[in-house]
Design a protein around this ligand. Structure first.
Ligand code: ADP
Ligand code: MG
Length: 323
């Protein structure tokens, strides 16, 4: 199969979204896209490299799903409505089963959010997947990392550490008495992260700062601190941990998984104290736990504090590619 029939078979022919903003999609030298009046374009890109971001033996459905999910998570953190995506695919060989699985995973999420795959690039080489996702936001409404104010409260969506615990299970390093249900749940948090797109949009005009947690809360909350020039005090007891995480947890060190494990793709955001009841009503509306875990302080840096006031000592921070 040549490059062009590959693109047609696995990607172009599966495109369902008929977004009125896509003037010209896959098939020409470039896509032509318009922006709704009064809106700004928000763009994110992320690369997944085999054996760095995922084991090359993993089910390709998960790879297709996650390659898009991590980008939608970045758009969610800005409050954007996702609209279209580009796919840069480097494959070591033509493999029909792999491409079918990969495009199933990718299109499951493209279709769920009614996104158009507007283009991409296909070439041969070590397995590598780059996705660019774009969306819209009303002008000047985007959430950023830089607006946290002293006295604000800090929230985290969903649960922390489930994906990191899922990775531990994937590597066969977990308590054997864990139930099949908990095992499946934790593995699904690793393989099929949920981009918090609806939450991000609700937070526009409400949150003062927002970031998606990809490298672990410790590192990512740190980015809000640096860019807002404030500090954060986080209550360890208030960190949201799932029942499955607690069942799988072997010892207290597992707290590190929740703080530095990464791959959570939850949103961490700050807002003024007056907005707390609104945040609680959003949580009910979208059926997503939103845990109030900390406060914004004048003293810079992130501090994790035990119930008795003792500050957590940890050597670890988030995952860094260049150490
Ligand atoms: P060019 O050689 O001019 O860069 P290509 O042959 O790479 O064009 O691409 C032809 C068309 O197919 C373009 O519209 C491009 O965006 C699209 N395309 C290529 N690879 C992919 C892919 N993996 N997924 C989606 N669209 C793709
Ligand atoms: Mg090309």
């Amino acid at each position: 199969m040549n490059e062009f029939s590959l693109i047609d078979t696995y990607f172009k022919s599966r495109n369902k979204s008929k977004s009125s903003q896509i003037k010209l999609g896959i098939g020409d030298d470039a896509a032509i896209v318009s922006c709704p009046p009064g809106h700004e374009l928000v763009v994110a890109t992320d690369t997944l490299v085999a054996d760095v971001h995922f084991p090359s033996t993993i089910d390709p459905v998960y790879i297709g799903y996650k390659a898009l999910a991590v980008n939608l998570s970045d758009l969610a953190a800005m409050g954007a409505q996702p609209s279209w995506a580009l796919l840069n695919l480097t494959l070591s060989e033509f493999d029909d089963a792999w491409l079918n699985g990969f495009s199933d995973g990718l299109f499951e999420l493209l279709d769920e959010f009614e996104l158009n795959l507007a283009g991409g690039d296909t070439c041969r080489g070590p397995l590598n997947i780059g996705v660019t996702a774009a969306g819209w936001i009303p002008a000047n409404q985007a959430l950023t990392r830089s607006g946290a104010q002293i006295g604000d409260v800090m929230f985290v969506s969903g649960y922390l550490g489930d994906a990191a615990m899922g990775l531990r299970i994937y590597r066969n390093d977990v308590a054997s008495e864990l139930s099949a249900e908990d095992t499946d749940y934790l593995l699904s948090r690793l393989h099929r992260p949920t981009p918090r797109v609806a939450l991000g949009q609700y937070l526009c005009g409400l949150a003062t700062a927002c970031i998606d947690i990809s490298d672990g809360l410790m590192a990512d909350a740190g980015h809000i601190c640096e860019q807002s020039n404030v500090g954060l005090e986080v209550s360890i007891d208030d960190l949201p941990l799932s029942i499955a995480f607690k069942s799988a947890s072997k010892d207290l060190d597992d707290l590190d998984l929740a703080l530095t494990g990464g791959d959570d793709y939850e949103l961490c955001f700050t807002c003024s104290e007056e907005q707390v009841s609104l945040v609680e009503s959003i949580s009910r509306e979208i059926d997503l736990p939103l845990a109030k875990v900390g406060t914004v302080t004048e003293r810079t840096g992130v501090r994790f504090i035990h119930a008795g006031g003792k500050i957590l000592e940890t050597e670890k921070t988030g995952y860094k590619h260049f150490g």
